[in-house]
Design a protein around this ligand. Structure first.
Ligand code: UDP
Ligand code: MG
Length: 313
């Protein structure tokens, strides 16, 4: 019998958890060929999430929870899940039912064929999501496809079922700056994409504000691409070239017509413009340096405060 681990990151999900658990329970009872483990990661929730998890664990011995000392973010929660999952097959899913548990049987069926190592999901619609958010999300995926060396699929969810070897590969990528969509693409393996319509969350609220998503997308780009650094060097080369031409023009003009002091405003404009570009490029380099800084400190990605697993990592 194969063991199936389900990783569920939870941050303030006390309202959604009971609904999610009931639904998952139904799906799992239809999967008789698998031994299940449900690994809830409480990402420093401020509501009754941990209490709910404890009572679930009392009723059901398949339920394991790991509770963080504070909110470390979904990326950290997923990593904790991967490190602690013991299954032959491992899936990550959200607690808000936006990753429908009802897709699991189909995903399991697909992965049992030898051709694929993972079954991933992508939503083909973004129904129910704010328009402006969808617009920027689409742009982000387009840009990411251009500048990075991994493919990040538009509409891809983190909801994914994987074989052990893939999980081991993810665990081995212990970087502090984490962007799972990029990591999944980077490690490779054969992936089957399952498409479904967007589902709205059952209860509670999305933890992603527009600003948070924007920062996350920047993280994605700078983690998996050095294109911004190239922009910095290319614009440097471009402006040097312009400057050489301008110098020649000024020099020749001075020889031919003598030097009349004119064009002061345009000089100021150029100085300001080039100064701006320089600061922008410095800032971009700074982004990478700050990542190196965080990475070299080798701080743990998450800190566990309590768990009902004896040998949690
Ligand atoms: N989540 C988490 N830590 C966070 C934010 C979110 O573990 O800091 C979890 C959350 O509980 C949920 C999943 O990540 O299970 C997805 O979050 P959410 O539904 O808010 O994101 P959205 O679906 O809106 O992208
Ligand atoms: Mg959600």
């Amino acid at each position: 019998m194969q063991k199936l681990s389900l990783i569920v990151p939870c941050y303030n999900e006390e309202e959604a958890l009971p609904v999610f658990y009931d639904e998952l329970e139904k799906v799992l009872s239809s999967l008789e060929d698998y031994e299940a483990e449900i690994l809830f990661i409480d990402d420093g929730s401020k509501d009754g999430t941990l209490k709910t998890l404890k009572s679930l664990a009392e009723q059901d011995e398949r339920v394991k929870y790991i509770s963080f000392s504070r909110n470390f973010g979904k990326e950290a929660a997923m990593y904790a899940g991967f490190c602690n999952a013991t299954g032959d097959l491992v899936a990550v899913m959200d607690a808000d039912m936006q990753d429908p548990p009802s897709l699991l049987p189909q995903m399991l069926e697909i992965i049992q064929g030898d051709e694929v190592d993972s079954v991933a999901t992508r939503r083909v619609t973004r129904k129910g999501e704010p328009k402006i958010r969808s617009f920027f999300a689409r742009r982000f995926y387009k840009l990411m496809a251009k500048v990075s060396d991994v493919d990040v699929v538009d509409g891809a969810r983190d909801f994914r079922l994987m074989k052990r070897k893939m999980v081991d590969a993810i665990v081995s990528m212990g970087e502090t700056n984490r962007f799972s969509k990029g990591i999944f693409g980077w490690i490779g393996f054969k992936t089957h994409w399952l498409e479904y319509e967007n589902v709205e969350r059952v209860a509670g609220q999305s933890k992603w504000s527009f600003w948070k998503l924007f920062k996350y997308s920047m993280e994605g780009i700078t983690n998996f691409s050095d294109a911004p650094l190239k922009i910095a060097s290319w614009s440097g080369i471009f402006f040097t070239f312009i400057a050489i031409i301008a110098m020649l023009v000024v020099f020749i003009r001075a020889l031919a017509f003598g030097d009349a002091v004119a064009g002061w405003p345009s000089t100021i404009c150029i100085i300001l413009f080039v100064g701006g570009i320089q600061l922008f490029c410095l800032g971009m380099i700074g982004q990478y340096i700050s990542k190196i800084f965080r990475e070299t400190k080798k701080r743990p990605i998450y800190i566990v405060s309590e768990s009902n697993k004896e040998d949690f990592k």
